[in-house]
Design a protein around this ligand. Structure first.
Ligand code: NIG
Ligand code: FE
Length: 413
């Protein structure tokens, strides 16, 4: 057992059964000042005001959190953190003026990562990816979704998914896997793109399902990538095997991706820079979480999604990192909170809800993490001594985390 006592402020308490937070409620972040939190095995057993603490157990580890705050760990519902090498050469090309689409057309971008991944052994890929997992754990993330999509052929896609499975088995962070062979068209299918879609449907999906390697299925449904018709075919094929969609949509244009996602009851539609009234209307009548990838929009200098308008229309919003080598080489969710506030005008309370409860929903784990709730898994972090909740997004370059607890255990360096 672990008892954290004298907590200056315990953040993100939820006692209701809501699985996501919408509209006006996004600015409500319930907290308790001068609090305790009791962890038993891997679960949150109890919490409350220090004055109500009535507990003694000699075998209990006690942490004195005077001056410090406790937050539920961040959930990062969209990453591509299993990849080989890096792509900073393209970073320079971008600075010189080439766009993301132009780099992709030259065989750079995703295809470049696919080539590198092909040349990298499964073991080496695991080692590189594990480093990134350990990095995001230190930055406060307690649950992460990871996609395939740098394989782009059957063997390499399976290789990626096996690495994700090994990460699930060996790390304390909660992991969900997402099958994204429809990330880009390989060069050899440039002139017969539908044949690549056939390969995904007829060969890859059944194999992935046989090994039970994917929780979700994804398509990059956008201008210059997969059309809405191709997306529908792939989503239908995945759904037959129980893979719920979580898709890339409307990053480069009003591609119809949001509508397709909602039509197939996607858990989330992500990027969504190009969101207008029509898309908002469709989302309002759905169970799909609109998810903004603020790191990618920042890194690629994209237009920002109309976050305020969406919240004011009554929608929920999630913010995830998109950690990947091309458009967002960082999985730092605290920084995503800062981007959410500065670039999208979210209040700090809204940003925290958008990166904990709502991202938990967007990766299908809001019943077990995402808030301080009795019986949820004890995935939390204790801050250093900080003044207010607002300090978290405000101090955008500072490491404010002191202690990390995942699955009820203190994570040591
Ligand atoms: O989410 N938009 C599509 N895919 C990734 C980028 C992957 C890459 O460039 O390697 C994204 O931004
Ligand atoms: Fe992505």
């Amino acid at each position: 057992m672990i008892l954290i006592k004298n907590i200056k402020e315990l953040i993100g308490i939820r006692v209701d059964k809501k699985i996501m937070i919408k509209g006006k409620e996004m600015s409500e972040l319930q907290t308790i000042k001068d609090a305790f939190l009791l962890i038993n095995k891997n679960k949150i057993e109890n919490f409350g005001k220090m004055s109500d603490l009535n507990f003694s157990n000699e075998n209990c580890e006690i942490i004195d959190a005077s001056g410090k705050m406790v937050f539920p760990s961040f959930c990062d519902s969209h990453t591509h953190l299993v990849y080989a090498g890096s792509r900073e050469i393209e970073y320079s090309d971008k600075i010189r003026g080439l766009s993301y689409e132009e780099i992709a057309k030259r065989g750079g971008g995703i295809l470049n990562s696919a080539k590198l991944l092909h040349e990298t052994s499964e073991n080496e890929l695991f080692t590189q990816s594990l480093k990134r997992i350990n990095e995001i754990i230190k930055q406060g993330t307690g649950a992460v979704e990871i996609k395939s999509g740098y394989g782009l052929n059957t063997i390499d896609e399976i290789k990626m998914l096996r690495v994700i499975r090994r990460l699930k088995e060996t790390t304390p962070i909660i992991i969900k896997s997402n099958f994204l062979a429809a990330h880009a068209f390989p060069m050899e299918y440039k002139n017969n793109q539908d044949e690549y879609v056939d390969l995904i449907i007829n060969e890859m999906i059944p194999l992935v399902a046989t090994e039970d390697l994917a929780d979700y299925i994804d398509v990059f449904c956008d201008k210059g990538f997969f059309s809405t018709t191709q997306t529908e075919r792939i989503l239908m094929a995945g759904l037959k095997y129980g893979m719920r969609p979580k898709i890339h949509a409307n990053e480069l244009a009003k591609s119809g991706g949001i509508q397709v996602g909602v039509k197939y009851n996607a858990l989330s539609v992500d990027h969504i820079e190009y969101t207008g009234d029509e898309e908002i209307e469709v989302l309002l009548n759905s169970e799909t979480m609109p998810t903004i990838l603020a790191g990618a929009a920042f890194f690629l200098n994209m237009p920002y999604a109309p976050a305020r308008k969406m919240i004011e229309a009554g929608l929920p919003l999630a913010f995830a990192s998109d950690y990947n080598p091309g458009s967002s080489p960082s999985g730092n969710m605290k920084l995503i909170n800062s981007f959410a506030c500065v670039n999208y005008k979210l209040l700090p309370e809204e940003a925290i809800n958008a990166t904990t409860m709502n991202t938990a929903y967007a990766m299908g784990v809001s019943d077990i993490v995402g808030s301080i709730t009795k019986n949820k898994i004890a995935n939390i972090f204790i801050t250093k001594e900080i003044s207010t909740i607002q300090f978290l997004p405000y101090a955008y370059g500072s490491d404010i985390i002191d202690t990390i607890i995942l699955n009820g255990k203190i994570i040591s360096e």
